[in-house]
Design a protein around this ligand. Structure first.
Ligand code: ATP
Length: 350
């Protein structure tokens, strides 16, 4: 495994690093009849790692490209540290971007790729060489400086792309599915390393991905989007435990939908009465749908039980069962040592 190094980046001041505050205000971007961004408003704190998550076509990439200055807005403002950048050219926004396709210059070796932005900023060759060297060391590639992109693995190329994005000391780091093209092992490794580096440099970061595991493990907060607007902005744990809408509950994590009846701020699920949290339930009585997390359902083998196990998948520490109860099918996670004793077709009580 390649380790990232604790090398400090050359900084013009000795101040501890502090990221920029980003404010996206009522962004609207249409393409013909499609409202890719439909009044999106989002505040990102200095040094925060914000993930944009949502189904394909919900506007994540458009939001990132608008922030970078690659897309124009129909209306709304992009503010960074209180300054309106909406009409500022992408090159002058001081943002570093890493794409899914590594997008390195094929005719430049690693060190020259990293130094590219510094050359554009007319830094001396000595500063360029020193800084590119430091950054390559930071991403664990000091020994690969002379290699060209085609001589490096996908993970190494993406590290070079990250070093290149950081070289200009960007005010905001934009990551557009940077791990999607990598295999699972490299992805997990690079995920941790990007997060460590981002925290160490305290750089405000916006990350777009489809991968929920990436989002939940990396982000300070997640912005869940649907059709160009925001459904919820919250920490990963809050999103999972207290989704504000059915869309978020179903999109983040796994859940099973069970029809229930709500009476007196309680709901009956599989014969068991559960309280409905006050605040969430004030307007709800009568028929509703409950969304149940697989780890929140307990089952017991019982020959008289109304449910029976129709599927069983071993996931390592946990085993996921699909249990049919009448017309409802629910997913249930049990510890694998418990799951190994439950046969397919067993009758169970939930
Ligand atoms: P994905 O996860 O599939 O990349 P996304 O959430 O990033 O999707 P966007 O790429 O932002 O979504 O697209 C949002 C909507 O805007 C989609 O309906 C898309 O088809 C449309 N769109 C994006 N760019 C253009 C364009 N250049 N011309 C026309 N329509 C576009």
């Amino acid at each position: 495994m390649t380790q990232m190094k604790e090398t400090p980046m050359t900084n013009s001041t000795s101040q501890p690093p502090q990221g920029a505050a980003v404010s996206l205000e009522n962004l609207v971007r249409t393409y013909g009849s499609v409202r890719a961004l439909d009044g999106l408003t989002l505040k990102i704190d200095p040094g925060e790692f914000m993930a944009l998550l949502g189904p394909s076509g919900c506007g994540k990439t458009t939001a990132l490209r608008v922030l970078a200055g690659f897309e124009l807005l129909d209306s709304g403002r992009v503010m960074v540290d209180g300054v309106d950048l909406s009409d500022v050219n992408a090159r002058k926004r001081d943002m570093g971007m890493v794409f899914q396709s590594y997008s390195l210059f094929p005719n430049m070796n690693a060190v020259n790729n990293v130094a590219f932005g510094l050359r554009m900023r007319k830094q001396s060759s000595e500063v360029r060489r020193k800084k590119a060297g430091e950054l390559l060391e930071m991403v664990g590639l000091a020994d690969q400086a002379a290699k060209y992109p085609h001589q490096m693995s996908g993970g190494q190329q993406q590290r070079v792309a990250l070093a290149r994005a950081l070289a200009i000391e960007p005010r905001v780091l934009l990551l557009d599915e940077p791990l999607s093209a990598l295999d699972a092992m490299v992805r997990a490794e690079l995920r941790d390393q990007i997060r460590q580096l981002q925290q160490r440099l305290a750089i405000t970061t916006v990350f777009v991905t489809h991968d929920q595991e990436e989002v939940l493990s990396m982000a300070d907060r997640v912005c869940v989007m649907s059709r160009g607007h925001i459904e919820q902005v919250a920490t990963p744990a809050e999103l999972y435990a207290r989704p504000k809408t059915a869309f978020v509950a179903q999109f983040v994590g796994i859940s099973s939908r069970v029809p229930v009846v709500v009476t007196d701020h309680e709901v009956e699920v599989f014969g068991q009465r559960c309280p409905v949290r006050s605040g969430d339930s004030s307007a709800v009585t009568g028929a509703a749908d409950a969304l149940l997390r697989p780890e929140d359902i307990a089952i017991e083998v019982d020959p008289d039980g109304k449910g029976f196990v129709t599927r069983k998948s071993f996931l390592g520490a946990m085993t996921r069962l699909v249990v049919q109860i009448g017309e409802i099918s629910v997913r249930v996670d049990v510890r694998s040592d418990v799951g190994s004793d439950i046969e397919l077709g067993s009758h169970v009580r939930a």
